[in-house]
Design a protein around this ligand. Structure first.
Ligand SMILES: NC(=O)c1ccc[n+]([C@@H]2O[C@H](COP(=O)([O-])OP(=O)(O)OC[C@H]3O[C@@H](n4cnc5c(N)ncnc54)[C@H](OP(=O)(O)O)[C@@H]3O)[C@@H](O)[C@H]2O)c1
Length: 247
C-alpha cells in the first residue's frame, strides 16, 4: 500500500512539458485545481529545481515519454516520498501507478466539458482513481494487469492508426488530386457518428460487401505506395477468404 492520501491536502505536481502535461495542466486550471509543473528545461536553474517545484505536492504525475518514466523516477530521490502516477497505457512499473486517459492529446487544448468526459483506465494498484483525483468527474475503470497490453494495443490500433489513415487521405487529396483537404471532414464525422449510433452496423464499402473486384482495383491503385500492404492486411483481417492476389 502507498501512503494514505489526505484529500484536503492534495496538491499536484506535473512533470513534463509535452502534450499530456499541457493538457492536464489546462484541465486542472479549468477546474481551479492547484498544481505545480516542472520540466527538464528548468534543470539549469537551481532555484527552479525539481525538489523545489514539487516539494509541497503529495501527488506527482510523471507525464513524460514512456521509456523515460522509470529512469527519471529512480534517478530523482526527491520523488521517493511522493505518490507517483503516470498516464502510459502500456508501461508497468513498481514506481508509479498507471491511470490512462483514453483519448488523444495533440496541439490544441480542449474545453472543460471535453476533458470531463474522457475515461481513465487504471491499473490495479495502491490507490483508486477517486483517491488520486477526488476533484475530477471523469468516468474511470480498473482492469487486470494482464489485460493492459491488449487494452492499449486496441486503443493504438483504433485511435492512432486511423489518424494516420485519415492524415494520408487529407494529404493525398491536396497533393495529388488537387482537392481541398477539408472536403473529407464531413465523411470523417459521419464515420465517427455511425460508429457511435450503431457500432455493429457502421461498416460499409467493398470490404464488407464482399465486392472483390472493387477491392482488387483499390489495391492495384495503391501500387508503389506503402499503404497497399496496409489495405491488404485489412482484407486479411476482415475477410480472409476474400484476400486478393499477393505480390
Ligand atoms: N499525447 C497523448 O495523446 C497521450 C494519451 C494518453 C497517454 N499519454 C501518455 O502521456 C505521457 C506523455 O506523452 P506526451 O504525448 O505528452 O509526449 P510528448 O508530447 O512527446 O512529451 C514528452 C515529454 O517528456 C519529456 N521527456 C522525454 N524524455 C525525458 C527525460 N529523459 N527526462 C525528463 N523529461 C523527458 C519531454 O521533454 P523535452 O521537451 O525536454 O524533450 C516532454 O516534456 C506518456 O506516458 C504517454 O503514453 C499521451
Amino acid at each position: 500500500m502507498g501512503p494514505a492520501l489526505d484529500s484536503t491536502a492534495t496538491r499536484y505536481g506535473v512533470i513534463g512539458d509535452g502534450h499530456m502535461a499541457l493538457h492536464m495542466g489546462c484541465y486542472f486550471e479549468s477546474l481551479a485545481v492547484p498544481y505545480r509543473r516542472w520540466s527538464r528545461r528548468l534543470e539549469h536553474d537551481a532555484s527552479l529545481s525539481l525538489g523545489t517545484a514539487v516539494g509541497p505536492c503529495q501527488i506527482v504525475l510523471v507525464l513524460i515519454n514512456d521509456v523515460a518514466i522509470e529512469p527519471f523516477i529512480t534517478s530523482h530521490p526527491e520523488l521517493a516520498e511522493k505518490t507517483l502516477v503516470h498516464f502510459s497505457g502500456s508501461l508497468t512499473t513498481p514506481h508509479a501507478q498507471s491511470m490512462h486517459p483514453l483519448s488523444t492529446f495533440a496541439g490544441e487544448l480542449y474545453s472543460l466539458s471535453t476533458y470531463a468526459t474522457i475515461p481513465f483506465v487504471c491499473e490495479e494498484g495502491p490507490h483508486t482513481f477517486d483517491e488520486i483525483f477526488p476533484e475530477l468527474p471523469n468516468p474511470h475503470y480498473t482492469i487486470a494487469q494482464e489485460l493492459r497490453p491488449l487494452y492499449h494495443s486496441l486503443a493504438v490500433l483504433a485511435g492512432n492508426c486511423t489518424t494516420v489513415l485519415w492524415s494520408k487521405l487529407f494529404d493525398t487529396f491536396e497533393e495529388r488530386l488537387a482537392l481541398p483537404r477539408n472536403i473529407a471532414v464531413p465523411y470523417l464525422k459521419q464515420v465517427a457518428l455511425n460508429l457511435e449510433l450503431a457500432p455493429t452496423n457502421a461498416a460499409t464499402g467493398p470490404l464488407v460487401r464482399g465486392d472483390r473486384q472493387t477491392v482488387d482495383a483499390n489495391i492495384a491503385a495503391l501500387e508503389g505506395d506503402p499503404f497497399q500492404a496496409v489495405y491488404r492486411a485489412f482484407v486479411e483481417a476482415v475477410a480472409p477468404h476474400d484476400a486478393t492476389s499477393r505480390p
